[in-house]
Write a protein that binds this ligand. Structure first.
Ligand SMILES: [Ca+2]
Ligand SMILES: [Ca+2]
Ligand SMILES: [Ca+2]
Ligand SMILES: [Ca+2]
Length: 357
């Protein structure tokens, strides 16, 4: 049994509450609007209480998450950098099975949001362009055609775009600050539009992952060092609507890098500590399979975390991108250490920019 503290948590979620702005955007792109069903549920834990979480509370692992940035569909993360050339973004991908690939796609200022939007098991190159409305531009790998999805507004954040309904297709999603809260707006490929209010916009960051391992991404946030409780992961489990939380990491010195390091299909709480001082970068994670605390020195100060499943064994590998050397260093869980010089120092690296920070 793992124990976690639920001190002063104020989290609530609402489903199917469309803001006027989102309704307008959905109407614009012809997405059918749902009836004005409104369901609201408060999930406020007893202040100062201590809760317990049994592993058996969660549904058994069903469908493992796909590894990020797998453009050739062999279930291995591919090395990917994106270069600004006169305002145009050029994607350079060293694919694990099919070799090198280059594609011009997007403009400087776009957010990089690759994912498997068409469900062919290969990641699609994609960007999100802030505007009124904002727009996802997706280069569908199955047909090599452009898909345009107007979704979100100017100041939204699309980094939590992932597969929320578990059909194997990435769902366009954004977080938005609304009245001091964070609201997740999600255009699910199978189940349609939903919105979920979860987290405090002053202190929390939306994060990616499937923490209960049901094959559906969970709405989740990391509460930073000025929040209460500080330095805490909060997850709204898609499997049963319950909340799980764990105080883990030191935000002032950490990158927030949740991923499935033990390969049980559930995202593990994880951070990389190398932002302030010291030469060594240390990964810390809490294994979802047995609750064990793990740590590993890998990388140096200043390296950017680029975790992924580079050897395709189902376990996320610790990996860093070293800017000056333009080199990926990877601690592969099955095949051991490897490195690849790839890119130039000013490139963007999607495996890094997809992280909350
Ligand atoms: Ca691959
Ligand atoms: Ca989906
Ligand atoms: Ca889930
Ligand atoms: Ca795990």
């Amino acid at each position: 049994m793992r124990t976690f503290f639920l001190t002063n948590i104020l989290v609530k979620f609402k489903t199917v509450i469309c803001s006027l702005a989102v309704l307008a955007i959905l109407a614009l792109v012809g997405v059918p609007l749902h009836p004005t069903k409104t369901e609201s549920k408060n999930l406020q834990a007893t202040s100062g209480g201590t809760g317990s979480y049994e592993a058996s509370d969660a549904a058994p692992a069903l469908i493992p998450q796909k590894p990020p940035l797998d453009f050739d569909g062999d279930n291995k993360t591919d090395y990917t950098v994106v270069r600004n050339m006169s305002g145009t973004l050029n994607w350079y991908i060293q694919r694990s099975m099919l070799g090198f690939f280059a594609q011009a796609f997007g403009s400087i200022g776009d957010e990089l949001v690759p994912g498997d939007y068409d469900g062919d098991n290969k990641a699609d190159i994609a960007v999100w362009r802030a505007g009124t409305p904002s727009t996802f531009y997706i280069f569908r790998s199955m047909t090599s055609t452009l898909q345009v999805v107007a979704f979100g507004s100017l100041n939204d954040n699309p980094k939590i775009t992932q597969d929320y309904d578990g059909d194997g297709k990435t769902d366009p999603a954004v977080t938005r600050v609304v009245g001091g809260n964070i609201v997740f707006y999600i255009q699910r490929s199978l189940l349609g539009f939903t919105s979920v209010t979860f987290g405090n916009s002053a202190t929390d960051l939306g994060i990616r992952g499937d923490f209960d391992g049901d094959g559906k991404a969970d709405v989740a946030v990391y509460r930073t060092d000025t929040g209460s409780p500080a330095n805490t992961f909060f997850v709204l489990r898609s499997s049963n609507g319950g909340i799980q939380a764990s105080t883990f990491g030191i935000y002032s010195n950490d990158w927030i890098v949740p991923a499935d390091f033990d390969g049980d299909g559930k995202t593990d709480y994880a951070v990389l500590r190398n932002r302030v001082g010291g030469a060594v970068a240390t990964w810390y994670w809490l294994q979802s399979s047995d609750g064990a605390f793990r740590s590993l020195n890998f990388g140096t100060s200043g390296d950017e975390p680029v975790p992924g499943d580079y050897d395709g064994d189902g376990k996320t590998d610790q990996a860093v991108w070293r800017l000056g050397a333009s080199t990926f260093f990877v601690n592969r869980s099955m095949l051991g250490f490897t490195s690849l010089i790839f890119g130039t120092p000013n490139d963007f690296v999607p495996a890094f920019t997809l992280q909350a920070r």
